[in-house]
Design a protein around this ligand. Structure first.
Ligand code: PEP
Length: 249
């Protein structure tokens, strides 16, 4: 079965209660594009309120702890996200890997926790600029895949997001040829380890996606959607990306 396009907004640490109106506008607009799965991952503080404001829509966390409960001040467990109606969680974003020293093993444990809690998981990988410039990007990302993808999972509930760190929030994007090469390499690595399940897994591209470049990036080989930061905060910026995904079916 063909993989449905998946466009996910990562609001990062942006959004007070007033921003729920933006989420409602996005989810209302998404109803015109039923071939695309649309989700928003707001800050934890807005997850429950967004679920209530947009019933039936896909709302998720941007991180979770690997434990189900315990003495982890400030952390949120995957079952807690599920408990307030979240249906997905992002793990391993580079801003967590770099800013909070999360290792591949940490990311894998978080992915396992999300899946066990019944959530869909978006597991992020991506290389720093120096690695891209040295020609080692594919080896670097495949090592992250080897270290952070769990051993067993429901392929329909685990997506990979390839996000080159140097492209996040910078306005820089890799060439379509480079995106296709990376996504193809990820798919082949997943197939070598998991067989046919790799065909069901969605691989998203993330890094400075906007309404102008989305059509080209989403049409690259093995790109099944986009993880979007800055351009996901308003319907005006986000819906052209969703529409570009819908046009590609
Ligand atoms: C992100 O943080 O996941 C991201 C892709 O950000 P941006 O779209 O702003 O580059």
């Amino acid at each position: 079965m063909a993989r449905r396009k998946y466009v996910v907004g990562n609001w990062k640490m942006n959004g007070l209660s007033a921003a729920l109106a933006d989420a409602q506008a996005i989810f209302a607009g998404a109803e015109d594009h039923s071939a695309v799965d649309v989700a928003i991952c707001p800050p934890f503080t807005l997850v429950g309120a967004m679920v209530a404001a947009a019933p039936g829509s896909a709302v998720g966390g941007q991180d979770c702890h690997s434990a189900t409960s315990g003495a982890f001040t400030g952390s949120v467990a995957a079952p807690m996200l599920a408990d307030i109606g979240a249906s997905l969680v992002i793990v391993g974003h580079s801003e967590r890997r770099e800013g909070f020293s999360e290792s591949d093993a940490d990311v894998r444990a978080k992915a396992e926790a999300g899946l066990t809690a019944g959530l869909s998981v978006i597991l992020c990988v991506g290389e720093p600029r120096a690695v891209r410039e040295s020609g080692g990007a594919i080896d670097y990302v495949l090592a992250q895949i080897a270290g952070s993808v769990p051993e067993s999972f429901d392929a329909h509930r685990l997506a990979i997001a390839y996000e080159p760190i140097w492209a996040i929030g910078t306005g820089l994007v890799p060439t379509v040829v480079d995106v296709a090469a990376m996504h193809g390499a990820i798919r082949r690595a997943l197939a070598a380890r998991f067989g046919g399940a790799a065909e069901d897994m969605r691989i998203l591209y993330g890094g400075s996606v906007n309404g102008d470049n989305a059509a080209e990036l989403l049409d690259a080989g093995d790109v099944d959607g986009a993880l979007v930061g800055g351009a996901s905060l308003t319907a005006a910026k986000f819906m052209p990306i969703v529409a570009a995904a819908a046009a590609l079916g």
